[in-house]
Design a protein around this ligand. Structure first.
Ligand code: SAM
Length: 270
């Protein structure tokens, strides 16, 4: 069982708290680029989104910009991206490496049920909480700033489990021989034992395996958890360990991913 419930939409959204720069200030809508409205902190309320496509895409662009040069990805590669959620990193990889094949794979039942939905109703509820209402003249402009009105996923998301022979066979039948299997910031959601199993299964899918990971950061040393209870580790051996509550968790055995996983697996920080 992953540390987080991957069937729960709220779990996915909780991982993200993203400022949009759109505010309601003293009853007036402010959109980035507008003339400044001077206000005290208590007079303005920002629209904050979560795992929503338009605001997250800038982060996925950053992930892709690190991943592509780190692995030397090229047009002829066939990549299985494990834990893609809605495939946003794959969209950005595509832009950087035209004609590359990236299969997006995610086993979450929430991702499977929500991938074809739009985010409009969710974002409208967030706007209403801030006090931005459909009767306001700039409502359409605000909505367009936050969503293009399309579905969450624009890529095919394969609900296949690479831990099983059947899942791997189904993927190979559809995409051919993979050159890379890459997790898309999945490891922090897994116990050490699950991460080892997933890494081993990925080596049965492709000759090259990599993991994109948000690593532990020493700026979090003074906090009980950097974010919430996740499997935080350094990418590589640092000699300084990880200072956090995770040291007490039974599923946590080492402080860096490199020494836990197959020696051939490549780690890329995001
Ligand atoms: C932190 S989220 C990844 C975020 C995602 N890459 C994005 O860009 O939004 C971790 C993802 O891994 C998926 N996951 C966890 N275990 C998995 C597994 N064994 N196979 C495929 N996906 C898995 C979860 O469903 C979840 O979508």
């Amino acid at each position: 069982m992953p540390l987080l419930d991957i069937s729960d939409k709220a779990v996915f959204h909780r991982q993200n708290d993203i400022g949009t720069g759109v505010y309601l200030i003293k009853g007036q809508i402010y959109i980035p680029g507008d003339k400044a409205i001077y206000s005290k902190a208590h007079e303005r309320k920002e629209v904050r989104l979560q795992l929503h496509r338009k605001v997250c895409m800038a982060f996925r662009r950053g992930w892709a910009e690190k991943l592509v040069p780190a692995l030397g990805l090229k047009s002829s590669d066939i990549v299985a991206q494990i834990g893609s959620s809605f495939g946003w990193t794959a969209e950005e990889v595509d832009k950087l490496v035209p004609d590359i094949t990236v299969a997006c794979v995610d086993t979450s039942s929430w991702v499977a049920s929500a991938k074809g939905e739009t985010e409009t109703a969710e974002i409208e509820a967030i706007l209403a909480d801030v006090g931005i209402l459909p009767v306001m003249s700039r409502y359409g402009e605000v909505l367009a700033q936050l969503t293009d009105g399309g579905t969450r996923a624009r890529r095919t998301i394969e609900n296949e489990d690479v831990a099983t022979g059947k899942g791997r066979a189904n993927l190979k039948t559809k995409y051919g021989n993979f050159t890379w299997a890459i997790t898309d910031n999945v490891l922090p959601w897994l116990t050490d034992a699950e991460a080892v199993d997933l890494d081993a299964a990925m080596h049965k899918l492709a000759p090259n395996v990599a993991h994109q990971v948000s690593p532990y950061d020493h700026r979090y040393d003074d906090k009980p958890e950097p974010f919430q209870v996740l499997n935080w580790k350094h990418l590589d051996v640092t000699g300084t360990g990880v200072k956090q509550e995770l040291l007490d968790q039974s599923w946590y055995t080492v402080s860096n991913w490199k020494s836990l996983l197959n020696a051939d697996s490549v780690l890329v920080g995001v």
